[in-house]
Every structure is written in C-alpha cells, then in structure tokens.
Design a protein around this ligand. Structure first.
Ligand SMILES: Nc1nc2c(c(=O)[nH]1)N[C@H]1C(S)=C(S)[C@@H](COP(=O)(O)O)O[C@H]1N2
Ligand SMILES: [Mo]
Length: 259
C-alpha cells in the first residue's frame, strides 16, 4: 500500500463507520417522524426478523436516496410468454361485470388524503402522460421474467387528484380480489412506479391483472398489485387490514420487499 493512499483509506473507512453507527443509532433509538417514514416500515416487528427488516430497509433507502432507476432491459431480452401467477381471474361480481363490458365502466377511485378526490376511466388514464419500461419481475416464489410495461406514473394520477395532503404518508392500492398494499411516499414518488395498462405492446391480459396493475420496480413480485380498483392516501396503515401495511405483511411476508 503506498503512503499517499492510506490516509484516504482511513478517512473513507472512518466515514463509513460513522455512517454505520449513525444508521444503527437511528434504528435502535428511533428517529423523527419524517425520517422514520422513509427509513422504517409502518409497523415494527420484534426480534431478529424485525431488526433485520429495519436494517435492510434503512440501508437500502439510504443507498437509494437519489431514487435511482431499476435496471431497464433491451427489447430483445423480453420474456416471450410472461407468466401469470397467483390470482388470474377474480371471482368478484363487480370485476366480472366490468370484464364482460371490456372495462368501459371501470373507474379508478382516487381518494383519501388527496386535495381533490376523483375517478378516472381507462381511456382517461391512457390519455395521460405515459411511461414504458422493460424490467425484471422477480417473484419471491422462485421465478423471474422480463416484460415491457406501459402505464401512467402514479405521481401523475395523484396530481390529477390535486396532490397529496401534507399528512398523507402512505398510498394504499386495493385490488378486486381483496389484496391491498400500502406504499410510502418514497416509492410513490419513484419515476418507475406506474399504473400499467399495457404489457409488451398490448392491453394488459386478464391473467396479468387487467385492466390495470401496479408496477413498483425495486420490489419483489407480491407488491405489484394486479386488478387495481382504488387508490387511497392515508396518514397511517394502522387501521387497515391487520395494520402491518399490506396483505402480504399481514400474512407474515416482509413489508419492505426490496429486490
Ligand atoms: N391482486 C393480486 N395481485 C397480485 C397477485 C395476486 O394474487 N392478486 N399475485 C402477486 C404475485 S405473488 C406475483 S409474483 C405477481 C405475478 O404477476 P403476473 O401474474 O403478471 O405474473 O403479481 C402479484 N400481484
Ligand atoms: Mo410472487
């Protein structure tokens, strides 16, 4: 090791250690509400699992503070037949009626702590600013596939509803099969968080969540809600479902499912 490089090494190591100490202090002792909302899950699980949860989320969030994009792939990498997984045809009567009508009567409800609650039809959604992204979908149950998703950024949808009120900390997405997931502002504001109505250049097939599904890149499969029904901004996840922040964490999976 040369003489010139060692002071630098020490400085960066010291900085790293200071950062790590600060981070663990934050996790162990808690922190102010605003920082907590972007570094910690809605509920704190106990024991080692809970600690691991918090460490993973806080360290990933600090590393991603400038909201880097998830990798986008080349069109030639697209998986030919994108699999369908989990629910593929919700029994829900309203869903079946909307499906039979080609989703002409589907309306996305955007409510809760937004300034102007509103509803949007599929054609209104398709008329808004759109984003297309070719990304990897990684299912926690052991498979992955690459698809080209087209949809409306969630931020655009919230803007049409007059934006989030200051107390809003989570945006809850619900689905026709009873699934729901809450996302904090950090994920809501990410440019690749979209309400997708297209897969590989076509309308989203029913099995993949027609008419609209969420894409929340950087998270594993179960957070990408299919069959979207409504969007609601809330201050807390406490009174929704079992209060853990989403149906998957209610079942014991991680709320923060960074992939
Ligand atoms: N509403 C709803 N969303 C869902 C599911 C589901 O069963 N219902 N399954 C999840 C899981 S585990 C995965 S891996 C992906 C699968 O998406 P795909 O069917 O398009 O492959 O959707 C996710 N979103
Ligand atoms: Mo999954």
């Amino acid at each position: 090791m040369s003489n010139e490089s060692s002071p630098k090494l020490i400085t960066s190591r010291r900085r790293f250690l200071m950062g790590a100490a600060g981070l663990s202090g934050l996790i162990v002792t808690g922190c102010d509400a605003e920082t907590a909302s972007s570094l910690l899950p809605p509920t704190r699980r106990g024991g080692l699992v809970g600690l691991a949860d918090r460490l993973t989320m806080a360290s990933q969030r600090l590393l991603m503070a400038n909201q880097p994009l998830a990798q986008e792939h080349d069109p030639r990498d697209i998986t030919r037949d994108f699999p369908t997984w989990g629910e593929t045809n919700p029994e829900d009567e309203e869903y079946q009626r909307l499906l039979a009508g080609g989703f002409e009567e589907w309306r996305l409800e955007v409510g809760g702590l937004v300034n102007t609650p509103t509803t949007l039809s599929l054609s209104q959604l398709k008329g808004m600013k759109r984003r297309t992204q070719i990304t990897s979908h990684i299912c926690e149950q052991g498979w992955s596939a690459i698809g080209e998703w087209t949809g409306t950024p969630l931020t655009e949808v919230l803007a049409v509803a007059g934006g989030l009120q200051p107390e809003a900390r989570y945006v809850v997405v619900t689905a026709f099969d009873g699934w729901y997931e809450g996302f904090d502002r950090f994920d809501v504001e990410h440019p690749q968080t979209i309400l997708a109505y297209g897969l590989n250049g076509r309308d989203l097939p029913r099995g993949n969540g027609a008419p609209v599904r969420l894409r929340v890149e950087r998270h594993c499969g179960y957070k990408h809600l299919k069959f979207v029904k409504s969007i609601e901004a809330v201050a807390s996840m406490e009174h929704i479902g079992r209060g853990t922040g989403g149906i998957n964490s209610d079942w014991g999976f991680h709320w923060y499912a960074g992939a």
